[in-house]
Design a protein around this ligand. Structure first.
Ligand SMILES: Cc1cc2nc3c(=O)[nH]c(=O)nc-3n(C[C@H](O)[C@H](O)[C@H](O)COP(=O)(O)O)c2cc1C
Length: 200
């Protein structure tokens, strides 16, 4: 079983529909460590050593957040800035994350067709996520395709939340087809590349 760290970051948890449903769906799953980043660090006073140890102790990092201005909410950036330190995540002696996996679980208000050259967001969603992808690469982590809900203000959150729980279980049990999960542009609840094996 993989040791899975699930980090949830939403500054407006009380008004969240989709991310809160995902968070709740994740709570019932055994063998997964979940952290609500904004509740843990409401004043952004991140405990760097604790967070680095958390990363060392896990094989898979799932970062879950709503897309805010084409990126993550600010505390996610702060958490990465402080924990992915030189000598820890990259640079001389910085190999503590080598071989681990990173996956984003992102919700976007814009519809899928907006995220194209012809659409009003003008770029593919993956283009906006390249800083995370390259952060993983520099840290010698494998970056998996993000799990995405487009049209997050309108769509029914339930299938996406159920799919998120399926995804977390599959990551925990090594049942996600990693080559397909690396090659895909993004994953959705009905395109999860699961390998054969007994679901739990
Ligand atoms: C400050 C802010 C910035 C946002 N920026 C984007 C954006 O860049 N692209 C997008 O598709 N949606 C954007 N949205 C919409 C959110 O992504 C959407 O409200 C969220 O994914 C819905 O999830 P929730 O129900 O968990 O809050 C933004 C919302 C806020 C409040």
């Amino acid at each position: 079983m993989a040791r899975l760290l699930h980090i949830f970051a939403h500054p407006g948890r009380a008004t969240s529909r989709v991310n809160l449903s995902m968070w709740r769906a994740a709570q019932g799953i055994d063998g997964i460590d979940s952290l609500d980043l904004y509740s843990t660090y409401p004043r952004y006073a991140i405990d760097i050593e604790k967070e680095q140890q958390r990363l060392v102790d896990h094989d898979v990092l799932v970062l879950q957040f709503p897309l805010f201005w084409y990126s993550a909410p600010a505390l996610v950036k702060e958490w990465i800035d402080l924990t992915f330190e030189h000598g820890f995540a990259y640079g001389q002696g910085g190999d503590r994350l080598r071989g681990k996996q990173m996956m984003l679980a992102v919700t976007a208000g814009g519809p899928q067709d907006a995220y194209s050259h012809q659409g009003y967001q003008h770029f593919e969603l993956r283009t906006f996520l390249t800083p995370f992808e390259q952060t993983a690469r520099l840290s010698q982590m494998t970056f998996l395709a993000p799990y995405v809900q487009f049209g997050a203000l309108k769509e029914d959150p339930a299938p996406h939340a159920r799919g998120f729980a399926d995804l977390l279980r599959a990551l925990r049990d090594d049942r996600l087809d990693l080559s397909r999960a690396q090659q895909a542009q993004f994953l959705t609840h009905d395109t999860l590349p699961l390998t054969e094996g007994a679901p739990t």
